[in-house]
Write a protein that binds this ligand. Structure first.
Ligand SMILES: Nc1ncnc2c1ncn2[C@@H]1O[C@H](COP(=O)(O)OP(=O)(O)O)[C@@H](O)[C@H]1O
Ligand SMILES: [Mg+2]
Length: 236
């Protein structure tokens, strides 16, 4: 198993945010964590990355216990993270934002290869490689955030709401880029609040509601679970 969360409980200040959350991502899998706003998706991803520390439970990445490691060490183990707010460097160019990721983690692929791969997945970033982070659109910032995480050459990518706030025209483009990344062999865990944005190529999904996993299975299994569908889709 590539990533394994077992019964994690996370508190922020004194609020109990994640309750016994367990989930897994296997090698080569694309897994989606679906839940309404405030359900606990970002908290889950931030706990995996080491920004939040669970009180109890375990998080294992490639067999290694990672709770307590600082975020940069977790990234170096091979987990790329594209946070909800993109968090790209606004003063750096698109190229520099991607290039930086190649410095931090060394892998068998050269920096040139990794930058080329990122551009092959997001061609518009190559067109705008000289533009600063402030000079590209919201959709391109989302792409850049994913491209930068990809340029780390990670085993696993965590993508937090990659489709949020984007125009309907750009959503299929980004979905197809994520599909390309999956086909390169990277495992992917993506968080999504809008069930209609969940790409059709995902292998498995989890539904989180008020900090608890209330469903886990394959997409076709969800279609038969009206009670859960009512929660995430607002209809049965
Ligand atoms: N820094 C914080 N301080 C207090 N509460 C927080 C903080 N961050 C998140 N929360 C709470 O944790 C819950 C889960 O938030 P979050 O993981 O961001 O949800 P999601 O990503 O699914 O929208 C929400 O109720 C939110 O209000
Ligand atoms: Mg969130």
């Amino acid at each position: 198993m590539m990533l394994e969360l077992k019964d994690i409980n996370v508190f922020i200040k004194s609020s109990h945010i994640l309750r016994d959350v367990s989930m897994e991502v296997d090698e080569g899998e694309v897994v989606c964590l679906i839940g309404r706003n405030g359900a606990g998706k970002s908290t889950t991803l931030r706990s995996i990355m080491g920004f939040l520390k669970p009180e109890t439970g375990s998080i294992k990445f490639m067999g290694k216990d990672i709770i307590g490691l600082p975020p940069h060490e977790i990234a170096l183990l091979g987990i790329g993270f594209a946070p909800e707010e993109s968090e790209i460097f606004a003063d750096l160019t698109t190229f520099e934002n991607i290039e930086i990721a190649t410095w931090t983690r060394k892998t068998t692929r050269t920096a040139e290869e990794r930058i080329k791969l990122a551009y092959s997945v997001f061609p518009s970033l190559e067109r705008y490689k000289g533009r600063k982070g402030t000079e590209i659109s919201g959709g391109e910032r989302k792409m850049l955030s994913i491209a930068r995480a990809l340029a780390m050459d990670p085993y696993l990518l965590l993508l937090d709401e990659s489709f949020e706030g984007l125009s309907p025209a750009i959503i299929p483009q980004i979905a197809s880029s994520i599909h390309q990344i999956a086909k390169m062999g990277h495992s992917i865990l993506l968080a999504e609040s809008n069930i209609y944005h969940v790409p059709d190529f995902i292998d498995r999904l989890y539904i989180i509601e008020r900090g608890e996993i209330i469903f886990s299975g394959k997409p076709e299994e969800l279609k038969h679970d009206r009670a859960v569908l009512r929660i995430v889709a607002g209809a049965a």
